[in-house]
Design a protein around this ligand. Structure first.
Ligand code: SF4
Length: 316
């Protein structure tokens, strides 16, 4: 039986960013250095495939520090942790390695600098996301006010409207965040902040490539986890940029083939925590059903790399 022709537009950059790559390496190197088990507080990155793979190698994933024994190393996830967490690990005399992405740590430092200058912070982010909890937890309670939407800006009640600064989660929608920043500046003209926002290079680049693909395709599939903020934003960006079917899939088995009936072109990308093996799995699933032509769409080239912490580069 002849297969229907289908073009797959493959976004580049896609998938792992430098922060995720580093965090996974940290767990692998910790297992090599100290042997299993190594404890990891929270999913090291938001991807089940990655977490399951590390679990098989001897990583134990927990939500809170008090679930870890004091005589085994513990790693903090790429999303960052409130200050109280490493402080508690130090108090319990535990060996710990912080896998917080350096671009998240940069936001933590910004927050501390503004706080030291007497400014109250407004954080643009998603309530309950580990990165938001970690960043807000760099400062004492009440020093960081959270806004999720432009509408939230109207309800802010800062201590002094003249003494405010803003920071953002690194994995937000670039366009939505621009609207929230504009609302903050309109209501609090004295507010200080980064030049644009703190959204990282990887989030920005992945959103740009989806915008380039969306007008060309009948459907967009974003490979990523339902709790991955940057992956969910890619789905939204695909829809805003004009693709009426923009969906998140964790892997090939999640594809709703009936919904794709009659399509001739699909855009494929992957969130910053989704490994390339899952992209290849999805492409292969299309090849099983269609006569596929793959067209890469490259909108940026990434050369960012982050070193792992010194403790893992030193011999045991
Ligand atoms: S998405 Fe950005 S901030 Fe998050 S780990 Fe990757 S590079 Fe770091």
């Amino acid at each position: 039986m002849t297969k229907d022709k289908l073009t797959l537009y493959l976004a580049a950059p896609r998938g792992f960013c430098a922060g995720v790559d580093r965090a996974i390496k940290i767990v692998e190197m910790a297992l090599e250095k100290w042997g299993a088990p190594v404890y990891v507080r929270h999913e090291i990155v938001h991807n089940k495939y990655v977490v399951d793979g590390l679990r098989e190698k001897g990583a134990v994933f927990v939500e809170e520090l008090d679930e870890c024994p004091t005589d085994r190393p513990v790693i903090f996830s790429a999303h960052g942790v409130p200050k109280a967490v490493p402080a508690e690990a130090a108090r319990r005399e535990m060996v710990y390695v912080d896998a917080t992405c350096p671009l998240v740590s940069k936001v933590h430092i910004e927050a501390e600098r503004h706080h030291a200058n007497g400014l109250q912070m407004v954080m643009i982010g998603h309530a309950g996301h580990p990165e938001t909890l970690g960043t807000m937890g760099q400062l004492p309670e009440g020093e960081v006010l959270l806004v999720e939407t432009e509408a939230d800006v109207a309800g802010l009640e800062p201590r002094d409207p003249e003494k405010l600064a803003f920071i953002t989660q690194t994995t937000l929608s670039v366009d939505d965040t621009a609207g929230i920043v504009a609302a903050l500046k309109a209501r609090f003209p004295a507010i200080v902040g980064p030049h644009k926002e703190d959204i990282c290079y990887a989030t920005t680049n992945r959103q740009e490539s989806v915008k380039a693909i969306a007008p060309k395709v009948d459907a967009i599939l974003v490979i990523g986890a339902p709790n991955s903020s940057n992956s969910k934003r890619l789905v939204e960006v695909g829809a805003y940029a004009g693709c009426s079917y923009s969906q998140l899939v964790q892997r090939a088995t999640d594809i709703d083939w009936r919904a794709l009936d009659g399509i001739r072109s699909v855009g494929i990308t992957a969130g910053a925590s989704a490994p390339e093996v899952l992209v290849n799995e999805v492409i292969d699933a299309f090849r099983d059903r269609y006569d596929v032509t793959v067209e890469p769409v490259e909108t940026a080239v990434e050369r960012v790399e982050f070193k792992v912490p010194r403790v893992l580069r030193e011999p045991a």
